[in-house]
Design a protein around this ligand. Structure first.
Ligand code: SAH
Length: 455
């Protein structure tokens, strides 16, 4: 076969899509990976990097568009890269995600004939995010900008109205940038570690309309802070303004210390009829409409009658714990972030829930320790880990505790598949797999899974 060369132009029909959303086609026995190309496109592409039997190519021109192609709503969708699927029809996005879960369960988990339910989609797959974190930088003319990092660089492309987020973000960023311009407040510079303003974090309580602004600083205070506060508090719904101190030279967004500036240090939101208090440092699901569907699925999978003891591991601010507590005898929640557990306890009290107890620490340490000391018992164990999934020490303890059911909520179907394989090799079987679309336009998919213990 002819070896493909860098900068060569070739024509290719896209026949598949990888898990990261890149189109895949074949030319002369080579697999070509083409970002921004969709299944069904006939495309002219330029070879960027050729390996032995595959190559990366750049989409130059679409000769024949895929029938699934739609006009992206966002003018910078390709540059930003956050919405890998925005050029794809929404129904097709949902099918892509279903296949992604099926493939991972098959390839990584070795599950051949699992029935993965169709993905629960959104009514409106834009403007669904209640949280946004905008990096702040300086443009070539020396003006402050907010937006997103241009692929693998430190320069920021201005974009103040992400179409996945709430329109109020733009109003808030306007106020911050105007203030910075007026008082010559420097943006943080990742390369030198100098400058002050790093990120602006905004959260909106979709059901309460409460607004939170958290300014992430390479320092503890802003000059003429009261003027910025005055501007921000003119925005309807403003409830909480805080400063987060992050003086580390890393790309981690938030530091540990939070300084109250104005109003409360939290906002409130509802999922169903439960009220949740949310601090800047706590995890809270970003898509409240779909979160409700996710939690309702988890609740129905838990199969509670009022007599059960339930563990909710990786519980965040206790959202799932409280959802389940009303139908269970007792719920124990475990979470690593202390502020989130403070929120969880307050949330329980606020909703009049007295049968939920919370522990700060790592799930893979707290549960095994509890089990060793108290022989802990559980009817149902819920896990909702971050992308890296559960540690084996935790899975081991779950197996020992022999709950009747495990409800696994996952934001990464690859680690889900790995962990299900472990559990199914140790006495459990998969009953149901329900993906939920929490992140429309992106390649990410959330999955709820029910496992039962073999008799
Ligand atoms: N169930 C919650 C939170 C899920 S996100 C909800 O639906 O809102 C995952 C949570 O796990 C985060 O709050 C994160 O802080 C926490 N976490 C990460 N690693 C952990 C660990 N090893 N042990 C316990 N919690 C952990």
């Amino acid at each position: 076969m002819e070896k493909l060369k860098k900068n060569e132009m070739v024509r290719v029909r896209i026949e598949d899509m990888g898990h990261d959303g890149a189109g895949i086609g074949r030319v002369d026995g080579y697999a070509l990976f083409v970002k921004d190309a969709l299944i069904g496109d006939l495309a002219e592409v330029k070879i960027m990097k050729a390996k032995k039997n595959y190559a990366y190519a750049r989409l130059m021109r679409i000769v024949e568009p895929s029938p699934f192609r739609v006009e992206p709503r966002c003018p910078v969708s390709r540059q930003c890269g956050g919405c890998q699927l925005q050029a794809m029809d929404y129904e097709q996005q949902l099918l892509f995600k279903q296949r992604k879960v099926e493939n991972n369960l098959k390839r990584i988990g070795g599950f051949e004939n699992l029935c993965v339910q169709p993905v629960l989609g959104m009514e409106e797959p834009f403007r669904y995010r209640n949280k946004a974190q905008f990096p702040i930088g300086t443009d070539k003319e020396g003006h402050p900008v907010a937006g997103f990092y241009a692929g693998r660089t430190h320069s920021i492309i201005s974009c103040m109205d992400c179409l996945l987020g709430h329109p109020v973000n733009e109003q808030i960023l306007d106020a911050v940038l105007n203030y910075m311009e007026r008082f010559q407040v420097p943006a943080y510079d990742e390369q030198t570690g100098k400058g002050l303003v790093r990120h602006v974090l905004v959260r909106v309580g979709f059901s309460t309309k409460e607004l939170m602004v958290c300014l992430v600083l390479n320092g503890r205070k802003l000059p003429k802070q009261e003027i910025l506060v005055e501007e921000l508090t003119k925005i309807e719904g403003m409830t909480s303004i805080t400063i987060n101190v992050n003086t580390e030279r890393s790309n981690v967004i938030l530091g540990r210390e939070l300084i109250p500036v104005w109003g409360q240090t939290y906002i409130t939101d509802y999922i169903g009829d439960l009220a949740y208090q949310i601090s800047p440092l706590s995890f809270y699901q970003v898509n409240p409409a779909q979160t409700r569907k996710l939690y309702e699925t988890a609740l129905s999978y838990a199969g509670l009658t009022g007599k059960e003891t339930v563990w909710d591991l990786y519980c965040g601010i206790g959202t799932i714990s409280l959802f389940l507590a009303r139908k269970a005898k007792k719920v124990y929640g475990v979470e690593i972030i202390p502020q989130a557990i403070e929120d969880a306890r307050k949330n329980a009290a606020r909703n009049g829930i007295t049968n939920a107890e919370f522990f700060v620490g790592k799930s893979e340490e707290i549960l095994p320790e509890y089990y060793r000391k108290n022989g802990g018992y559980a009817d149902v164990i819920v896990v909702d880990p971050p992308r890296k999934g559960c540690e084996e020490a935790l899975l081991e303890t779950i197996v020992k505790m022999q709950p009747a059911r495990v409800v696994y909520v996952s934001c990464d179907s690859a680690t889900l598949a790995r962990d299900l394989k472990y559990l199914c090799g140790n006495g459990f079987r998969v009953e149901k797999v329900q993906p939920v679309d929490m992140f429309g336009q992106t390649v990410h998919v959330e999955t709820v899974c029910l496992l039962s213990r073999n008799k």
